[in-house]
Design a protein around this ligand. Structure first.
Ligand SMILES: Cc1ncc(C[n+]2csc(CCOP(=O)(O)OP(=O)(O)O)c2C)c(N)n1
Ligand code: SF4
Ligand SMILES: [Mg+2]
Length: 251
């Protein structure tokens, strides 16, 4: 008999996330992967500043909370301190990873740090009340773009997978979503591969999860999923952006 249980790597703490927020699903997928790979005793997470700042309350593994945007730098230190034993992942929002933390992200990839990055792209600064993020879509209304993001004045969204595709050190980049059950399964597979790559010493892996923020998008959970499908996915197409080992094997 298959029993649907909470992953062992999640604590009993109730999640503080808003109804319909995809952070909870992504936490669960990361925890399931840690359980299945049997790495709970040696995994260390690095929490960002953002809505997931308190991720350390929800996972049973060790956690460090990094200053805004600095998670890849902190993860680098933790990984290099004991590369054979430590399995290190960062969990970061788009404001954290693609605005204030852009340099840390790009250089950790360039150095091919053997870490796993979980990047939650919800096109907005959720925690601080819905300001425009680097990934906010053209025309998207936010607290700081009340007439819609005007690319003429504030520039174009940053596409993280496409950007890192051109960084030689990046080993594995995939963009997934958790907007329906089929995509949740694909997201888990990608997250698992990103952790397995680290176990195998393969280097920098980043999984971008196209996500919702119903609260700051001003939508119900259901409408937020529809908005994601209609607006986010055409701009941020899902798929593998880089997998150097698959490319080498195919040669
Ligand atoms: C150095 C610094 N600058 C700015 C902030 C304010 N701040 C806190 S969270 C945040 C953005 C969070 O957005 P994101 O990373 O997209 O995460 P989300 O809440 O959407 O999951 C900002 C700008 C801060 N805490 N520290
Ligand atoms: S503000 Fe947005 S990202 Fe933050 S918990 Fe609520 S729905 Fe999730
Ligand atoms: Mg965000």
């Amino acid at each position: 008999m298959v029993v649907f249980e909470k992953p062992k790597t999640l604590t009993d703490a109730p999640l503080h996330y808003c109804p319909g927020c995809t952070h909870g699903i992504i936490h669960r997928l990361v925890a399931e992967v840690i359980d299945e790979l049997g790495i709970d005793g040696r995994t260390i997470g690095v929490a960002p500043v953002g809505c997931s700042v308190m991720a350390y309350d929800y996972f049973t593994c060790d956690f460090i909370q990094a200053p805004h945007g600095r998670a890849p730098a902190v993860a680098t230190g933790v990984k290099r301190a004991d590369p054979e034993n430590n399995i290190v992942f960062t969990y970061q929002g788009d404001g954290d990873l693609a605005a204030i933390g852009t340099a840390e992200t790009v250089h950790a990839a360039a150095r091919r740090e053997n870490i796993t990055v979980i990047f939650v792209n919800n096109a907005i600064y959720g925690m601080t009340g819905g300001q425009m993020a680097p990934t906010t879509l053209p025309g998207q209304v936010t607290q700081t773009s009340p007439y819609g993001r005007d690319v003429e004045t504030v520039g174009y969204p940053v596409k993280v997978c496409e950007l890192l595709q051109n960084v030689d050190g990046a080993a594995y980049l995939e963009r997934v979503s958790v907007n329906n059950p089929a995509n949740v399964k694909k997201a888990k597979k990608a997250i698992k591969k990103a952790f397995q790559n680290q176990i195998d010493g393969k280097g920098f892996s980043l999984i971008e999860v196209v996500s919702t923020c119903p609260t700051n998008w001003g939508l119900t959970p259901q409408k937020a999923l529809e908005w994601l499908e209609e607006n986010m996915l055409p701009y941020y197409p899902l798929g593998v952006y880089k997998d150097i080992y698959a490319e080498e094997e195919a040669k």
